[in-house]
Design a protein around this ligand. Structure first.
Ligand code: ZN
Length: 328
């Protein structure tokens, strides 16, 4: 494999389907489904992307509404997965793990199993190797739906599904209240990822790691407690960093303030990701550019990140070997 990119934007491990639907795909699907949406491309993009005008997390989350309304129909789910993977290939990515919450696509009669099957079907002819992560949701009444997500993950683990994640409002629904779900995921032998240490503090990261998480979505606020940073380093837990997303939701004021160097210096493993390409109006190459330029990463540090990223993928050993040959 060869690559002509200026930045090492080859592997994205934290990428939400609903936040990353290519604009043209979304426009086509909105028209087909008769969903009211702005007619010009510019206005449509403003509806789906925060651009430079994001004020807070609520502003950010509002940008998901249109995308989420599109994902309740079989063909639309498959088309979004297909077009996103095609776009990642066009950008030069070599591997990706896409995530979504099947329970959010069941408003028009589909079951979580059917929704997941639509996504997996579209992955069969993906131009790049990829894995599907099924997200559970934080919420007061999501526990039953989360258990169903775990059941679906058990059926398709090793057949396209590579892990289970927990997403949603960290500050409203504390991590420890999902202990039962974590235990079920662990018992099934499926890798667990938890979004933590973004809207909630370091304690949420400790609870996630103690619950069995092998990767943490964001986790940047671990730095508020040195003992949590030490725990991450000791357990070799990967933090999936998504810089632009964190800036847009107001966690850090600028790329200069983004603490990747503090985390790396403390021995914590990190990888660079987009979170939501469309909502955040970003690409993996842009994320790497911001980080390399503001944190002044050396070639050796970039290589360390890439090596750790490959090890943290849930790809089969054969794919990992291809990735090592291509990027290290
Ligand atoms: Zn995320």
């Amino acid at each position: 494999m060869t690559n002509t990119q200026s930045y090492p934007a080859w592997i994205d491990l934290h990428l939400h389907l609903d936040g990353s639907i290519p604009i043209e795909t979304a426009r086509k699907l909105a028209e087909e489904q008769g969903i009211s949406a702005p007619t010009t491309r510019e206005a449509f993009q403003r509806e789906m992307s925060v651009m430079h005008d994001c004020k807070n997390l609520n502003d950010y989350l509002a940008r998901f509404q249109l995308a989420c309304s599109l994902l309740h129909v079989r063909e639309a789910i498959s088309e979004c997965v297909h077009d996103l993977l095609t776009e990642l290939h066009r950008q030069g990515l070599l591997y990706a793990e896409i995530r979504f919450a099947p329970q959010k696509s069941c408003m028009q009669g589909l079951t979580q199993r059917e929704v997941t099957e639509c996504a997996l079907q579209a992955m069969h002819d993906s131009p790049i190797p990829c894995g599907l992560i099924l997200s559970m949701m934080r919420g007061e009444v999501t526990h039953e739906a989360n258990k169903e997500t775990i059941e679906v993950a058990k059926t398709y683990f090793g057949k396209g599904v590579v892990a289970v994640d927990l997403a949603g409002s960290e500050s409203l629904y504390p991590t420890h209240t999902f202990a039962e779900e974590f235990a079920l995921v662990r018992a099934a032998g499926i890798p667990l990822i938890v979004h933590a240490g973004e809207a909630a503090g370091a304690e949420s990261v400790r609870e996630a790691v103690n619950g069995g998480a092998v990767r943490i979505g964001h986790g940047v606020r671990s730095l508020e407690d040195p003992s949590v940073v030490q725990l991450l380093a000791d357990r070799k837990v990967m933090l999936e960093l998504c810089p632009t997303s964190n800036l847009q939701t107001g966690i850090f004021p600028s790329y200069d303030a983004y603490p990747i160097r503090q985390l790396m210096d403390a021995g914590v493993r990190v990888c660079i990701n987009t979170d939501n390409m469309t909502v955040s109006d970003t690409t993996l190459a842009k994320e790497w550019q911001y980080i390399i330029e503001t944190a002044h990463l050396t070639k050796g540090e970039v290589r360390t990140i890439l090596r750790d990223t490959i090890e943290a993928t849930f790809a089969p050993e054969k794919i990992k070997e291809q990735l090592r040959e291509a990027v290290l």
